[in-house]
Design a protein around this ligand. Structure first.
Ligand code: UD1
Ligand code: UDP
Length: 357
């Protein structure tokens, strides 16, 4: 049996691997390796239980640290595991340090790499994710690409071989879970009832690491005087504490990170979503909610081109006006991220490549 070693480590990767794992286990043996980059129950284990992802075969317990320390530890531990299991293929997802570490170790061992969510670029090398994407794409043999834009970007870098346009596995995950998510009682638990609310998530270093920027963001959200639900990423929570930033307006409700089904429900019923997350931007579109992107650029340019998202960077003063402007916005419906069968396509492509070499 052909063995695929799947390497994940951070919240969005658990969500991305759920539908793919389900499919590839029909045709392959999968060994699931969790680097331990995310480790709080509500950033990691909760997703395994909720999304029916099999328990990881290995949890490397790497944890947090500066980029060099975190990536270095991953290289050391991943190499040991890959030498032991000798997989036929290593599969990595997205653009985190776990993605890049997995790709580097596999490449050095001469193991072919499949990259899911390949070809994305922000053209901002200040973002650690941009470095991770460039390295991973250049080392991958099979590049599973979510959008036509990403195919074109890879071609510009001279990468054409092994590129497969499959659609986005996050859309698969969304469709698979949307109905059950409606049953979530998160709105009752938060006592929102039918009150309109905004939903926000923030975790990018460019919004969190500079105390002046983080303070400006929090005070702008407070001044909106709207009910805002803010499931707070541990990075942001820790930095707010460090910089002594507190919330005085009770309408800005900071809550612990929520599970995926609760998050889908919150997205579905939100009036507006404000986020710097890549995944949440797309889910806003899937859920039909307008989105303000708290970044100066996005890898998901289709969302901006079709009127679903607006980039505001850290010019937070613009938030109220931009929200008003959404009312006049023309939002085009299109199949921007495939047909919801990306995971099946990926598996079929791998089956034809690995079983009929
Ligand atoms: C990482 C990814 C980012 C992705 C995000 C998803 C990199 C470079 N960044 O960012 O691309 O969008 O995950 O959420 O890989 N922490 C905890 N508990 C946890 C995890 C983290 O307290 O379970 C805190 C620690 O203080 C840690 C900080 O969050 O230092 C940052 O964690 P880290 O994994 O380094 O990066 P993220 O900001 O989570
Ligand atoms: N998410 C979640 N609970 C939360 C916040 C986010 O389940 O409290 C989900 C969200 O629905 C999306 C994914 O996490 O599927 C996005 O991950 P994140 O924002 O951490 O990283 P990014 O997508 O920016 O890399």
């Amino acid at each position: 049996m052909t063995t695929i070693a799947t390497i994940v480590g951070a919240r969005p990767q658990f969500i991305k691997c759920a539908p793919v794992s389900r499919e590839i286990r029909k045709d392959f043996e999968e060994v699931l390796i969790h680097t331990g980059q995310h480790y709080d129950y509500n950033m990691s284990q909760a997703f395994f239980a909720e999304l029916g992802i099999p328990e990881p075969d290995y949890n490397l317990g790497i944890g947090s640290g500066n980029h060099g320390v975190q990536t270095g530890r991953m290289l050391i531990e991943l190499e040991k595991v890959l030498l032991k299991i000798k997989p036929d293929l290593v599969m990595v997802y997205g653009d985190t340090n776990s993605t890049m570490a997995g790709a580097i170790v596999a490449a050095k061992l001469g193991t072919p790499i499949a990259h899911v969510e390949a070809g994305l670029r922000s053209f901002n090398r200040q973002m650690p994710e941009e470095i991770n994407r460039i390295v991973t794409d250049s080392l991958s043999k099979y590049l599973f690409v979510p959008t036509q834009t990403a195919v074109a970007l890879l071609a510009k870098e001279g990468i054409q071989k092994g590129v497969y346009l499959t659609g986005d596995v996050m859309y698969d995950a969304f469709l698979y879970n949307a109905q059950v998510a409606e049953k979530s009682d998160i709105l009752e638990r938060l006592e929102i009832n039918s009150q309109p609310y905004y939903l926000t998530t923030v975790h990018r270093p460019q919004n969190t690491d500079d105390p002046t920027i983080l303070k400006a963001l929090i005070s702008t959200l407070e001044r909106l005087n709207e009910l805002i639900i803010f499931p707070i990423h541990p990075r942001t929570r820790n930095l707010m504490k460090k910089y002594n930033i507190t919330v005085k307006n009770p309408d800005l409700q900071l809550i612990e990170p929520v599970g995926y089904l609760d998050m889908l429900k919150l997205e579905k019923h939100a009036k507006v979503i404000l986020t710097d997350s890549g995944g949440v931007q797309k889910e806003a579109y899937f859920a039909g909610a307008p989105c303000l992107v708290l970044r100066p650029e996005t890898e998901w340019v289709e969302l901006v081109e079709h009127g679903w998202a607006k980039l505001i960077g850290n010019d937070f003063q613009r938030i109220p006006t931009e929200i008003e402007n959404f009312a006049d916005f023309h939002r085009e419906n299109a199949m921007l991220f495939g047909d919801g069968h990306a995971s099946r396509k990926i598996t079929e492509i791998l089956s034809s490549l690995l079983y009929h070499k």
